[in-house]
Ligand binder design. Structure first.
Ligand code: SAM
Length: 417
Protein backbone atom coordinates (compact mmCIF):
# COMPACT_ATOMS: atom_id res chain seq x y z
CA UNK A 1 0.00 0.00 0.00
CA UNK A 2 1.03 3.64 -0.39
CA UNK A 3 1.86 4.34 3.30
CA UNK A 4 3.98 1.16 3.46
CA UNK A 5 5.92 2.22 0.40
CA UNK A 6 6.47 5.72 1.83
CA UNK A 7 7.60 4.15 5.08
CA UNK A 8 10.17 1.89 3.48
CA UNK A 9 11.44 4.81 1.40
CA UNK A 10 11.70 6.79 4.65
CA UNK A 11 13.74 4.06 6.34
CA UNK A 12 16.14 4.17 3.42
CA UNK A 13 16.34 7.89 2.75
CA UNK A 14 15.23 9.67 5.95
CA UNK A 15 12.58 11.57 3.96
CA UNK A 16 8.84 10.82 4.18
CA UNK A 17 6.71 12.41 1.47
CA UNK A 18 3.28 13.14 2.88
CA UNK A 19 0.46 12.44 0.45
CA UNK A 20 -2.02 15.22 -0.25
CA UNK A 21 -0.08 17.79 1.75
CA UNK A 22 1.09 20.09 -1.04
CA UNK A 23 4.61 18.67 -1.10
CA UNK A 24 5.26 18.57 2.64
CA UNK A 25 7.88 16.16 3.94
CA UNK A 26 8.92 14.77 7.28
CA UNK A 27 12.68 14.44 7.62
CA UNK A 28 14.82 12.45 10.03
CA UNK A 29 18.13 14.36 9.84
CA UNK A 30 20.01 11.46 11.43
CA UNK A 31 18.99 9.09 8.64
CA UNK A 32 19.69 11.67 5.94
CA UNK A 33 23.14 12.52 7.28
CA UNK A 34 24.07 8.90 7.90
CA UNK A 35 23.54 7.96 4.28
CA UNK A 36 26.75 9.79 3.45
CA UNK A 37 28.85 8.42 6.31
CA UNK A 38 30.81 5.21 6.00
CA UNK A 39 32.64 4.15 9.15
CA UNK A 40 30.67 6.23 11.63
CA UNK A 41 27.04 7.12 12.09
CA UNK A 42 25.39 9.94 13.96
CA UNK A 43 24.05 8.78 17.28
CA UNK A 44 20.29 9.54 17.47
CA UNK A 45 20.45 10.00 21.23
CA UNK A 46 23.09 12.71 20.86
CA UNK A 47 21.32 14.40 17.94
CA UNK A 48 17.87 14.33 19.53
CA UNK A 49 18.97 14.91 23.11
CA UNK A 50 16.52 17.81 23.49
CA UNK A 51 13.29 16.19 22.31
CA UNK A 52 13.80 12.47 22.76
CA UNK A 53 14.52 12.72 26.48
CA UNK A 54 13.17 9.76 28.42
CA UNK A 55 10.38 10.40 30.88
CA UNK A 56 7.36 12.63 30.46
CA UNK A 57 7.26 14.58 27.22
CA UNK A 58 7.24 18.37 27.31
CA UNK A 59 3.52 18.27 26.62
CA UNK A 60 2.87 16.08 29.66
CA UNK A 61 4.76 18.40 31.97
CA UNK A 62 2.52 21.37 31.21
CA UNK A 63 -0.80 21.04 32.95
CA UNK A 64 -2.27 18.13 34.82
CA UNK A 65 0.16 17.91 37.73
CA UNK A 66 -1.23 21.09 39.22
CA UNK A 67 1.79 23.26 38.41
CA UNK A 68 0.14 25.48 35.85
CA UNK A 69 2.54 27.27 33.58
CA UNK A 70 2.53 31.01 33.69
CA UNK A 71 0.70 32.50 30.76
CA UNK A 72 2.42 35.09 28.69
CA UNK A 73 0.81 38.48 28.82
CA UNK A 74 -1.80 38.65 26.08
CA UNK A 75 -0.92 40.65 23.01
CA UNK A 76 -2.60 44.01 23.03
CA UNK A 77 -5.26 44.12 20.35
CA UNK A 78 -3.65 47.10 18.69
CA UNK A 79 -0.63 46.06 16.63
CA UNK A 80 1.94 48.45 15.31
CA UNK A 81 2.69 48.48 11.59
CA UNK A 82 5.48 45.97 11.72
CA UNK A 83 3.52 43.59 13.90
CA UNK A 84 0.62 43.84 11.50
CA UNK A 85 2.83 42.84 8.58
CA UNK A 86 4.25 39.98 10.64
CA UNK A 87 0.76 38.82 11.58
CA UNK A 88 -0.22 38.90 7.93
CA UNK A 89 2.86 36.89 6.91
CA UNK A 90 1.87 34.34 9.53
CA UNK A 91 -1.69 34.20 8.20
CA UNK A 92 -0.33 33.56 4.70
CA UNK A 93 1.84 30.70 5.93
CA UNK A 94 -0.77 29.23 8.25
CA UNK A 95 -2.88 27.19 5.78
CA UNK A 96 0.26 25.50 4.41
CA UNK A 97 1.58 24.73 7.87
CA UNK A 98 -1.77 23.41 9.08
CA UNK A 99 -2.20 21.22 6.02
CA UNK A 100 1.30 19.80 6.36
CA UNK A 101 0.86 19.11 10.04
CA UNK A 102 -2.53 17.45 9.51
CA UNK A 103 -0.91 15.17 6.95
CA UNK A 104 1.76 14.23 9.50
CA UNK A 105 -0.83 13.55 12.17
CA UNK A 106 -2.70 11.39 9.66
CA UNK A 107 0.42 9.36 8.80
CA UNK A 108 -0.14 6.91 11.65
CA UNK A 109 2.49 4.40 10.52
CA UNK A 110 5.15 7.09 10.44
CA UNK A 111 4.12 8.38 13.84
CA UNK A 112 4.28 5.00 15.49
CA UNK A 113 7.73 4.57 13.97
CA UNK A 114 8.79 7.93 15.47
CA UNK A 115 7.58 6.87 18.89
CA UNK A 116 9.45 3.62 18.55
CA UNK A 117 12.58 5.58 17.65
CA UNK A 118 12.10 7.69 20.75
CA UNK A 119 11.80 4.56 22.86
CA UNK A 120 14.95 3.10 21.35
CA UNK A 121 16.85 6.31 21.94
CA UNK A 122 15.72 6.47 25.55
CA UNK A 123 17.05 3.00 26.27
CA UNK A 124 20.07 3.16 23.95
CA UNK A 125 23.37 1.98 25.33
CA UNK A 126 25.30 4.87 23.82
CA UNK A 127 23.51 7.35 26.09
CA UNK A 128 26.03 6.54 28.76
CA UNK A 129 29.02 6.41 26.47
CA UNK A 130 29.54 10.10 25.72
CA UNK A 131 33.27 10.72 26.06
CA UNK A 132 34.22 12.43 29.30
CA UNK A 133 35.38 16.02 29.43
CA UNK A 134 34.27 19.14 27.64
CA UNK A 135 35.54 19.57 24.07
CA UNK A 136 37.42 22.81 23.39
CA UNK A 137 35.46 25.88 22.29
CA UNK A 138 36.62 26.75 18.78
CA UNK A 139 34.98 30.16 19.06
CA UNK A 140 37.18 31.04 22.02
CA UNK A 141 40.41 29.45 20.78
CA UNK A 142 40.03 31.12 17.38
CA UNK A 143 40.14 34.53 19.05
CA UNK A 144 43.44 33.94 20.87
CA UNK A 145 46.67 35.33 19.51
CA UNK A 146 47.93 31.75 19.56
CA UNK A 147 45.18 30.61 17.17
CA UNK A 148 47.56 30.22 14.18
CA UNK A 149 49.67 27.84 16.25
CA UNK A 150 46.91 25.29 16.93
CA UNK A 151 47.11 22.15 14.86
CA UNK A 152 44.79 19.28 14.04
CA UNK A 153 46.00 15.73 13.48
CA UNK A 154 44.35 13.81 10.64
CA UNK A 155 44.66 10.06 10.90
CA UNK A 156 44.55 8.48 7.47
CA UNK A 157 43.89 4.77 7.39
CA UNK A 158 45.83 3.21 4.58
CA UNK A 159 44.86 0.02 2.89
CA UNK A 160 47.80 -2.09 1.80
CA UNK A 161 47.69 -5.33 -0.13
CA UNK A 162 49.34 -8.14 1.82
CA UNK A 163 51.72 -8.87 -1.02
CA UNK A 164 50.78 -12.49 -1.57
CA UNK A 165 47.88 -11.47 -3.78
CA UNK A 166 45.38 -12.57 -1.16
CA UNK A 167 42.30 -10.54 -0.32
CA UNK A 168 43.41 -9.56 3.19
CA UNK A 169 44.32 -5.97 3.78
CA UNK A 170 46.46 -4.39 6.45
CA UNK A 171 45.50 -0.97 7.74
CA UNK A 172 48.29 1.34 8.61
CA UNK A 173 48.02 4.87 9.92
CA UNK A 174 49.49 7.88 8.28
CA UNK A 175 49.26 11.14 10.14
CA UNK A 176 49.07 14.67 8.88
CA UNK A 177 49.43 17.59 11.29
CA UNK A 178 48.24 20.95 9.97
CA UNK A 179 46.97 24.31 11.28
CA UNK A 180 43.33 24.08 12.34
CA UNK A 181 42.46 27.80 12.04
CA UNK A 182 42.58 29.93 8.90
CA UNK A 183 43.48 26.91 6.82
CA UNK A 184 41.54 24.76 4.37
CA UNK A 185 41.48 21.31 5.92
CA UNK A 186 40.54 18.71 3.35
CA UNK A 187 39.69 15.04 3.47
CA UNK A 188 40.13 14.09 -0.16
CA UNK A 189 39.79 10.38 0.52
CA UNK A 190 36.67 8.30 -0.05
CA UNK A 191 36.53 7.32 3.60
CA UNK A 192 35.64 9.10 6.85
CA UNK A 193 38.73 10.27 8.73
CA UNK A 194 39.33 10.48 12.43
CA UNK A 195 41.00 13.66 13.56
CA UNK A 196 42.36 14.75 16.89
CA UNK A 197 42.52 18.17 18.47
CA UNK A 198 43.44 18.96 22.09
CA UNK A 199 42.54 15.49 23.24
CA UNK A 200 39.13 15.33 21.53
CA UNK A 201 38.32 13.17 18.50
CA UNK A 202 36.46 14.40 15.41
CA UNK A 203 34.92 12.78 12.34
CA UNK A 204 35.88 14.32 8.99
CA UNK A 205 33.50 12.90 6.37
CA UNK A 206 34.78 11.66 3.04
CA UNK A 207 35.56 14.28 0.39
CA UNK A 208 34.75 17.19 2.67
CA UNK A 209 36.59 20.36 3.69
CA UNK A 210 36.38 22.93 6.39
CA UNK A 211 37.79 26.40 6.77
CA UNK A 212 37.57 27.59 10.37
CA UNK A 213 37.94 31.35 10.73
CA UNK A 214 36.29 34.60 11.64
CA UNK A 215 34.13 36.42 9.11
CA UNK A 216 37.10 38.67 8.30
CA UNK A 217 38.81 35.75 6.57
CA UNK A 218 35.82 34.50 4.58
CA UNK A 219 37.27 35.78 1.30
CA UNK A 220 39.82 32.96 1.62
CA UNK A 221 36.96 30.60 0.75
CA UNK A 222 36.58 32.11 -2.72
CA UNK A 223 38.03 29.51 -5.09
CA UNK A 224 40.93 30.51 -7.30
CA UNK A 225 40.15 27.98 -10.02
CA UNK A 226 37.33 28.78 -12.37
CA UNK A 227 35.43 25.55 -11.84
CA UNK A 228 35.76 25.18 -8.08
CA UNK A 229 32.92 27.57 -7.25
CA UNK A 230 29.62 26.49 -5.74
CA UNK A 231 26.24 25.43 -7.14
CA UNK A 232 24.46 25.36 -3.78
CA UNK A 233 25.13 27.86 -0.99
CA UNK A 234 23.44 27.36 2.39
CA UNK A 235 23.71 30.29 4.82
CA UNK A 236 22.55 30.30 8.43
CA UNK A 237 23.85 33.60 9.82
CA UNK A 238 24.22 34.39 13.53
CA UNK A 239 21.33 36.90 13.44
CA UNK A 240 20.83 39.00 16.54
CA UNK A 241 17.60 38.15 18.32
CA UNK A 242 18.19 39.22 21.85
CA UNK A 243 17.58 35.81 23.40
CA UNK A 244 19.82 35.13 26.36
CA UNK A 245 19.89 31.45 25.46
CA UNK A 246 21.34 32.26 22.08
CA UNK A 247 23.94 34.59 23.53
CA UNK A 248 25.39 31.83 25.63
CA UNK A 249 25.82 29.49 22.62
CA UNK A 250 27.48 31.64 19.99
CA UNK A 251 28.26 35.27 19.20
CA UNK A 252 25.88 37.16 16.92
CA UNK A 253 26.52 39.91 14.39
CA UNK A 254 24.59 43.02 13.35
CA UNK A 255 22.82 42.68 9.99
CA UNK A 256 25.12 45.07 8.15
CA UNK A 257 28.01 42.58 8.45
CA UNK A 258 26.17 40.11 6.23
CA UNK A 259 25.90 42.58 3.36
CA UNK A 260 29.53 41.91 2.47
CA UNK A 261 29.31 38.09 2.38
CA UNK A 262 30.90 37.19 -0.97
CA UNK A 263 27.93 35.19 -2.24
CA UNK A 264 28.34 36.31 -5.86
CA UNK A 265 32.07 35.43 -5.77
CA UNK A 266 31.37 31.99 -4.32
CA UNK A 267 28.70 31.21 -6.90
CA UNK A 268 29.59 28.95 -9.82
CA UNK A 269 29.52 30.41 -13.31
CA UNK A 270 26.83 27.80 -14.06
CA UNK A 271 24.65 29.54 -11.45
CA UNK A 272 23.94 28.84 -7.81
CA UNK A 273 20.94 28.09 -5.68
CA UNK A 274 21.07 30.03 -2.39
CA UNK A 275 19.22 28.94 0.78
CA UNK A 276 19.13 31.48 3.60
CA UNK A 277 17.77 30.65 7.06
CA UNK A 278 15.89 33.54 8.65
CA UNK A 279 14.09 34.10 11.92
CA UNK A 280 10.52 35.37 12.13
CA UNK A 281 11.42 38.94 13.02
CA UNK A 282 9.69 41.24 10.58
CA UNK A 283 12.57 43.71 10.61
CA UNK A 284 14.88 40.96 9.44
CA UNK A 285 12.58 39.76 6.66
CA UNK A 286 12.39 43.29 5.38
CA UNK A 287 16.18 43.66 5.49
CA UNK A 288 16.71 40.46 3.51
CA UNK A 289 14.21 41.34 0.81
CA UNK A 290 15.10 45.01 0.40
CA UNK A 291 18.83 45.04 1.12
CA UNK A 292 20.58 41.71 1.58
CA UNK A 293 19.47 39.74 -1.48
CA UNK A 294 19.95 42.79 -3.74
CA UNK A 295 23.44 43.38 -2.24
CA UNK A 296 24.37 39.73 -2.90
CA UNK A 297 22.90 39.79 -6.39
CA UNK A 298 20.50 37.02 -5.40
CA UNK A 299 17.08 36.79 -7.02
CA UNK A 300 14.29 35.61 -4.76
CA UNK A 301 12.58 32.31 -5.68
CA UNK A 302 10.50 30.86 -2.85
CA UNK A 303 9.93 30.55 0.89
CA UNK A 304 10.12 27.19 2.62
CA UNK A 305 9.11 26.50 6.22
CA UNK A 306 10.71 24.29 8.81
CA UNK A 307 7.93 23.23 11.18
CA UNK A 308 9.28 21.78 14.43
CA UNK A 309 7.53 18.79 15.94
CA UNK A 310 8.05 16.53 18.93
CA UNK A 311 8.55 12.82 18.67
CA UNK A 312 4.81 12.26 19.12
CA UNK A 313 4.17 14.43 16.05
CA UNK A 314 2.70 17.38 17.96
CA UNK A 315 4.03 20.91 17.40
CA UNK A 316 6.74 22.10 19.81
CA UNK A 317 4.51 25.07 20.71
CA UNK A 318 1.22 26.59 19.69
CA UNK A 319 1.15 27.64 16.04
CA UNK A 320 -0.28 31.06 16.86
CA UNK A 321 1.99 32.22 19.68
CA UNK A 322 2.97 35.71 18.65
CA UNK A 323 6.57 35.90 19.79
CA UNK A 324 7.51 32.26 19.58
CA UNK A 325 6.54 30.39 16.45
CA UNK A 326 7.06 26.64 16.04
CA UNK A 327 8.56 27.28 12.60
CA UNK A 328 11.44 29.05 10.89
CA UNK A 329 11.79 30.13 7.29
CA UNK A 330 14.21 29.39 4.51
CA UNK A 331 14.39 31.96 1.74
CA UNK A 332 15.50 30.47 -1.56
CA UNK A 333 17.07 32.52 -4.30
CA UNK A 334 19.61 32.12 -7.05
CA UNK A 335 22.66 33.75 -8.59
CA UNK A 336 22.08 34.10 -12.28
CA UNK A 337 25.44 33.69 -13.98
CA UNK A 338 26.58 33.98 -17.59
CA UNK A 339 27.27 30.25 -17.84
CA UNK A 340 23.85 29.19 -16.65
CA UNK A 341 22.02 26.62 -18.73
CA UNK A 342 18.61 28.02 -19.80
CA UNK A 343 17.05 24.68 -18.82
CA UNK A 344 18.39 25.07 -15.27
CA UNK A 345 16.97 28.55 -15.20
CA UNK A 346 13.51 27.45 -16.29
CA UNK A 347 13.52 24.55 -13.83
CA UNK A 348 14.34 27.02 -11.04
CA UNK A 349 11.33 29.10 -11.98
CA UNK A 350 9.08 26.09 -11.28
CA UNK A 351 10.28 25.70 -7.69
CA UNK A 352 7.23 25.37 -5.45
CA UNK A 353 6.59 28.21 -3.02
CA UNK A 354 5.64 27.61 0.63
CA UNK A 355 6.77 24.00 0.98
CA UNK A 356 6.90 22.63 4.49
CA UNK A 357 9.62 20.45 5.99
CA UNK A 358 8.90 18.91 9.38
CA UNK A 359 11.40 17.36 11.76
CA UNK A 360 12.19 16.86 15.42
CA UNK A 361 14.77 19.55 16.30
CA UNK A 362 18.29 18.64 17.35
CA UNK A 363 20.53 20.83 19.51
CA UNK A 364 19.84 24.52 19.96
CA UNK A 365 19.60 26.22 16.53
CA UNK A 366 20.73 23.10 14.65
CA UNK A 367 19.00 23.05 11.26
CA UNK A 368 17.81 20.00 9.34
CA UNK A 369 19.38 19.15 5.96
CA UNK A 370 17.58 20.79 3.03
CA UNK A 371 19.07 19.18 -0.04
CA UNK A 372 16.40 16.51 -0.35
CA UNK A 373 13.86 19.23 -1.11
CA UNK A 374 15.94 21.17 -3.58
CA UNK A 375 18.27 18.65 -5.19
CA UNK A 376 16.57 18.75 -8.58
CA UNK A 377 16.77 22.55 -8.73
CA UNK A 378 20.50 22.95 -8.06
CA UNK A 379 21.94 24.27 -11.34
CA UNK A 380 25.10 23.11 -13.08
CA UNK A 381 27.10 19.94 -13.62
CA UNK A 382 26.72 17.04 -11.20
CA UNK A 383 27.86 16.25 -8.58
CA UNK A 384 26.90 19.71 -7.40
CA UNK A 385 29.50 21.63 -5.42
CA UNK A 386 27.95 22.67 -2.10
CA UNK A 387 29.05 25.01 0.67
CA UNK A 388 27.57 25.97 4.02
CA UNK A 389 28.42 29.33 5.57
CA UNK A 390 28.37 29.68 9.39
CA UNK A 391 28.35 25.88 9.55
CA UNK A 392 28.67 23.93 12.78
CA UNK A 393 29.06 20.57 11.10
CA UNK A 394 30.50 18.92 8.00
CA UNK A 395 28.90 16.92 5.24
CA UNK A 396 30.37 14.37 2.86
CA UNK A 397 31.18 16.17 -0.38
CA UNK A 398 30.63 19.64 1.11
CA UNK A 399 32.69 22.68 2.11
CA UNK A 400 31.96 24.07 5.58
CA UNK A 401 32.97 27.53 6.70
CA UNK A 402 32.41 29.24 10.06
CA UNK A 403 34.09 29.82 13.39
CA UNK A 404 33.19 26.32 14.62
CA UNK A 405 32.53 23.96 11.68
CA UNK A 406 33.87 21.05 13.75
CA UNK A 407 31.42 21.61 16.60
CA UNK A 408 29.02 18.75 15.84
CA UNK A 409 31.80 16.58 14.36
CA UNK A 410 33.07 15.73 17.82
CA UNK A 411 33.02 12.00 18.54
CA UNK A 412 30.30 12.30 21.20
CA UNK A 413 27.78 12.88 18.40
CA UNK A 414 28.77 9.66 16.62
CA UNK A 415 28.95 5.94 17.02
CA UNK A 416 31.15 3.47 15.15
CA UNK A 417 29.23 1.40 12.59
N1 SAM B 1 23.50 26.09 10.74
C1 SAM B 1 24.14 25.80 11.99
C2 SAM B 1 23.62 24.48 12.50
O1 SAM B 1 22.69 23.92 11.93
O2 SAM B 1 24.16 23.99 13.50
C3 SAM B 1 23.91 26.88 12.99
C4 SAM B 1 24.61 28.16 12.68
S1 SAM B 1 24.44 29.36 13.94
C5 SAM B 1 22.91 30.07 13.57
C6 SAM B 1 25.56 30.63 13.48
C7 SAM B 1 27.04 30.32 13.58
O3 SAM B 1 27.80 31.46 13.19
C8 SAM B 1 27.53 29.95 14.97
O4 SAM B 1 28.30 28.78 14.90
C9 SAM B 1 28.42 31.13 15.36
O5 SAM B 1 29.49 30.78 16.23
C10 SAM B 1 28.95 31.54 14.01
N2 SAM B 1 29.53 32.91 14.01
C11 SAM B 1 29.18 33.95 14.80
N3 SAM B 1 29.98 35.01 14.57
C12 SAM B 1 30.88 34.63 13.63
C13 SAM B 1 31.98 35.29 12.99
N4 SAM B 1 32.30 36.55 13.26
N5 SAM B 1 32.70 34.59 12.09
C14 SAM B 1 32.39 33.30 11.80
N6 SAM B 1 31.35 32.63 12.35
C15 SAM B 1 30.60 33.29 13.27
Amino acid sequence: SEPRRSLSLFLESGVYRLEGSGGAVFVDPVRVLNRALARFSISPSAYYSRFFEPGPSEADRGGSNGRKRKRRARKPLVLNDRERVAAQRHQEARPFLVKAHEALVGATELRSLMLKMKGEVATAEDRKLAPPGVPPSFIELGRLWQAPLYEITLNFLQEKPTGDGGPSIIHSKEQKVIPIFNNLVHNGTKDDLEAEFLGSQYVIPRESCFYMSDLQQIHRMIPVEGDAHFHFIVIDPPWENGSAQQKSRYPTLPNKYFLSLPVQQLAHREGALVALWVTNREKLRNFVEKELFPAWGVKFLATFYWLKVKSDGSLICDLDLFHHRPYECILLGFCDKEGMDPRDLSRLSTIQDKRVLMSVPGDYSRKPPLEELVLEYIPGTKPARCVELFARDMRAGWYSWGNEPLHFQEMRYFQKR
